[in-house]
Design a protein around this ligand. Structure first.
Ligand SMILES: Nc1nc2c(ncn2[C@@H]2O[C@H](COP(=O)(O)OP(=O)(O)O)[C@@H](O)[C@H]2O)c(=O)[nH]1
Ligand SMILES: [Mg+2]
Length: 233
């Protein structure tokens, strides 16, 4: 089945060690453009991204969601599918093919790459991340009856569905906001296993205590806030 051309958005904050390889491994035949959102990097992330053929958008306001929102604001007109991917080479960009294929084959709105279903390499997911994933997905299952297995970054979504979700979170609540709102709005969601390996460069979230705590609270708060506002609607 033919797949729609997709635009890739990569939020990147000081990802000089990995960004070139991430870009180089993206299968170009299915991707019409690669946008790297430089989130105030102090290294050569932006220069390397340009060298690799990506369009660089600068978003000086730090935050994962802020970077993703800036990428969305910069999408070319006519974009039908958006693929999100991290800049640290933990995900395998070649698997963009599998995500896009699943989007078409299942006629879904959102395809999530599940790291827990895909045998993550030792050291790539910390025990705190596994626990956080387990807790968050268990709470979502209790409220919405849908069993997600992960809140990972690698995902493909139809542009129309993305607009309907009206994404707002500017930090670590981004991925879970998308998943909860997708259930609230009855989107067709599919998960496929993806691989995951230890990142290149230094972690800013899961590898630090403050990042882990802040991300954990933000994720739980996001689930609570969205569910109290409009459960199951
Ligand atoms: N933590 C963090 N990551 C950002 C920010 N802006 C963009 N990113 C990117 O978000 C992705 C996830 O961050 P990372 O440090 O790998 O988190 P981890 O995988 O949980 O260790 C990477 O591609 C970062 O470069 C930001 O302000 N904070
Ligand atoms: Mg990472």
């Amino acid at each position: 089945m033919p797949t729609s051309p997709a635009v890739v958005i990569i939020p990147a904050y000081n990802e000089e060690p990995g960004i070139s390889r991430v870009i180089a491994d993206i299968p170009r035949d299915l991707i019409s453009e690669i946008i790297v959102v430089d989130n105030g990097s102090t290294d050569r992330t932006a220069a390397k991204a340009r060298e690799g053929g990506a369009r660089v958008i600068s978003q000086p306001d730090r935050g994962y969601g802020a970077a993703c929102l800036a990428g969305i604001a910069g999408l070319p007109p006519g974009t039908e599918v958006v693929l999100f991917l991290d800049g640290d080479y933990s995900d395998d960009p070649a698997q963009a093919k599998d995500l896009l294929r699943a989007l078409e084959e299942h006629r879904s709105d959102l395809v999530l790459g599940s790291r827990t279903r895909g045998c993550p390499q030792p050291g790539s997911l910390t025990p705190q991340q596994r626990f956080g994933n387990w807790l968050s997905t268990a709470i979502i299952r209790l409220i919405y009856g849908h069993a997600y297995s992960d809140l990972g970054p690698f995902r493909a979504i139809r542009r129309e569905a993305l607009s309907k979700l009206d994404m707002q979170d500017r930090t670590y609540g981004w991925t879970v906001e998308m998943q909860v709102k997708a259930l609230q709005q009855g989107l067709k969601v599919v998960e496929i296993p993806v691989s995951y390996r230890p990142r290149l460069g230094r972690s800013k979230v899961s590898g630090t205590l403050s990042g882990t705590v802040k991300a954990g609270f933000k994720i739980l708060w996001t689930i609570a806030r969205l569910s109290l506002r409009s459960p199951l609607t």
